[in-house]
Design a binder for this molecule. Structure first.
Ligand code: CTP
Ligand code: CA
Length: 222
């Protein structure tokens, strides 16, 4: 029944979603990146599109097919993603920050290809901008949803990020078994306002996205 009569409960809402793994260039031919496939952000984009939202998907490197019927913006580095998000934030009603954003980047990107020389090579990295934390400081009316991949102390770390980044919700993923990245399924525990804690269970990323959106929708109706 849900498939035949999709709820258009997000009609008229502008949604920003980020997906995939950002890249930090080392030199003209090399990058530092991570194993994010982009599937969670893409699933959210499809769910919100089908529920009537105007979706902009800002994506870094992804290995899964990108969706149709949404605005696609490629942003491969932290800086590019930050610019793309910032430029659209004022008009957004909700932001789902599903991208795996680099924590560190090269202090200086080498303008030339680094030549092989000694037996060891040390790269100096500096902290990258925390895009979501800045949004938390600037938000006026926007609902902010963060994602946390935790390999230990899931609850404590996720709750701490919810507060530190001034988020409305955080979707915590347990990655301790090495699962999640690139997989079709995941197991999210969602934390939100007033001590909300909902275990979404082990299920497909599409179903996880649908349930996550259900919880966020309740928040809008308050
Ligand atoms: N995030 C971001 N900008 C960064 C790093 C993370 O916007 N430079 C966002 C992610 O997209 C995610 C949330 O912050 O929605 C939490 O990311 P996570 O990596 O779990 O948390 P960190 O604050 O980076 O802490 P740590 O990696 O040490 O757990
Ligand atoms: Ca991080």
């Amino acid at each position: 029944l849900a498939l035949l009569h999709p709820r258009r409960d997000w009609a008229g809402r502008q949604v920003l979603i980020t997906a995939g793994g950002t890249e930090a260039p080392i030199d003209p031919v090399r990058v530092l990146t991570n194993h994010s496939s982009g599937k969670m952000g893409i699933a959210l984009a499809e769910v919100l599109r089908d529920r009537g939202a105007q979706v902009t998907l800002i994506h870094a490197r992804v290995t899964a097919p990108l969706p149709q019927g949404v605005e696609l913006v490629e942003a491969r580095t932290v800086e590019a993603m930050d610019t793309a998000v910032q430029g659209r934030f004022a008009q957004a009603d909700a932001v789902f920050m599903a991208a795996a954003v680099s924590d560190y980047q090269m202090k200086e990107v080498s303008p030339e290809k680094i030549k092989k020389s000694g037996d060891t090579l040390t790269l100096e990295l500096v902290k990258a901008k925390d895009i979501l934390k800045s949004l938390g400081e600037e938000k006026t009316h926007q609902i902010l949803v963060g994602f946390a991949a935790e390999s230990q102390e899931l609850e404590k770390n996720a709750q701490e990020k919810l507060v530190r980044k001034n988020l409305d919700f955080i979707a915590a993923n347990n990655i301790s078994g090495g699962q999640v990245f690139g997989q079709e399924e995941n197991h999210v525990v969602l934390y939100g306002p007033h001590g909300l804690r909902v275990d979404l269970g082990q299920r497909s990323k599409k179903e996880t996205a649908e349930m996550l959106v259900d919880e966020v929708t309740k928040h809008f109706q308050k």
